[in-house]
Write a protein that binds this ligand. Structure first.
Ligand SMILES: NC(=O)c1ccc[n+]([C@@H]2O[C@H](COP(=O)([O-])OP(=O)(O)OC[C@H]3O[C@@H](n4cnc5c(N)ncnc54)[C@H](O)[C@@H]3O)[C@@H](O)[C@H]2O)c1
Length: 370
């Protein structure tokens, strides 16, 4: 049985590890959160991510560890790194969690056999080249292989991607990654091999394009509403043009969540780093905010001041527990700040989160399937 290592088994990493295990690999997951590692090994994990608890409970060849050494052993050639790369205030990413691992690898000394690190994290373009230079003397290659997944459907998205993006180092590493995806995927995705920096740009540019499309749809919709036209019919007709397509061309709340806003901003930041103003990235962000203001005014006009306004879910995507940059929630907050009363229908998990973050702000109705 072929062995694979996954360093960082948080929201994304544990899904990758479990999907790989189900496709026949013996997977060792490393995480520096020892309490979490114990919970995973005792199969006591609770997770809002569909399928994770079930996959973990039926897994036979997945073991978690706090010890990095456990994936630097001879019979593991491919090691995925899936630690967090939080956003920093100027729009870039903080790579320090990856750096910590790189320094541990270096401290471990030169590997006798060549090993291949695969960076799954979202990184600033150029970072993986720097990392590769740093690790080359220790006999490690570095490839970049981000995933286009959404929380709420990670396990499913991982095995049915449209494309597999490989920012390659050595041809050997790229072949190994391709082989893994041939086993992992239930579909036959397009394999896109390119340089590491090209793959890093592709990841950010893809999300910039999607946010641009969402903002475009919302801007068209706002204008249509303003003049008494029909946003849904207009966007449906635009999307019927095959060159454009219906996906992400619906009128609704602005984009939010843990990836879209930050990847779009990071794309803008990368442009600025290279003395280019990425107008689309900046405009998309601004339109998202303008749209929020438009919707805010709509709600103020549509509801009487003494009426309670109902929000049927305030997470970035219905059915998840993620409230990060959720525009529905931002709107609800603005309405309360303007003196309105807001009732939120959500799952108990989300209500508990909101009660902590916004004490006494909203009225809640707990529902099973938010
Ligand atoms: N979650 C998503 O929906 C999503 C989607 C696309 C891309 N990504 C990218 O994937 C990466 C991981 O995201 P996530 O949401 O899974 O993060 P996460 O915070 O849920 O998980 C990261 C894990 O890494 C562990 N870790 C941190 N430092 C470590 C170290 N030195 N050694 C071992 N383990 C360590 C943490 O304990 C944690 O369990 C990020 O770069 C993110 O941008 C995430």
């Amino acid at each position: 049985m072929e062995k694979i290592g996954v360093i960082g088994i948080g929201k994304l990493g544990i899904c990758l590890a479990l999907n790989l295990e189900r496709k026949g690999y013996a997977v060792t997951g490393v995480d520096n959160n020892s309490q979490y590692v114990d919970i995973v090994n005792n199969k006591q994990l609770t997770s809002s991510e569909p399928g994770v608890v079930e996959y973990l409970s039926t897994s036979k060849n997945f073991v978690a560890s706090t010890q990095l050494d456990n994936v630097l052993i001879d019979d593991i050639k491919l090691i995925f790194i899936v630690v967090d790369t939080p956003s920093v205030s100027d729009g870039g990413y903080d790579h320090s969690q990856i750096e910590t691992i790189a320094n541990q690898i270096i401290a471990n000394g030169k590997s006798i056999e060549e090993k291949h690190l695969v960076i799954n994290c979202t990184t600033m373009p150029g970072y993986c080249d720097t990392l590769a230079e740093k690790l080359k003397p220790y006999n490690y290659t570095v490839s970049y292989n981000p995933e286009f997944i959404a929380q709420g459907s990670i396990l499913k998205d991982q095995v049915s991607p449209d494309q597999v993006l490989i920012g390659e180092d050595s041809g050997i590493a790229a072949e190994l990654i391709e082989k893994v995806y041939a086993n992992l995927c239930d579909n036959t995705p397009q394999i896109c091999r390119m340089s590491r920096v090209s793959a890093e740009i592709t990841k950010l540019a893809t999300n910039c394009f999607l946010t641009t499309k969402i903002s475009f749809a919302n801007a068209v919709g706002d204008l249509a509403i303003k003049v008494g036209a029909e946003p849904g019919k207009i966007l449906n007709a635009i999307g019927a043009d095959k060159r454009i397509g219906h996906a992400y061309l619906k009128y609704g709340f602005g984009y939010g969540g843990p990836c879209f806003p930050r990847d779009n901003r990071a794309f803008g930041r990368y442009g600025r780093d290279n003395n280019l103003t990425m107008l689309l990235s900046e405009a998309t962000d601004a339109v998202n905010q303008e749209h929020l203001t438009f919707q805010f005014n709509q709600y103020l006009n549509q509801y009487q001041p003494n009426e309670t306004i109902l929000f049927d879910s305030v997470t970035y995507k219905k059915g998840t527990i993620i409230i990060e940059e959720a525009q529905q929630l931002a709107l609800a907050v603005r309405l309360v700040e303007a003196g309105r009363s807001v009732l939120i229908k959500e799952s108990i998990e989300v209500v508990e989160l909101l009660e902590k973050q916004y004490p006494d702000m909203f009225i809640y109705k707990v529902v099973q399937d938010a």
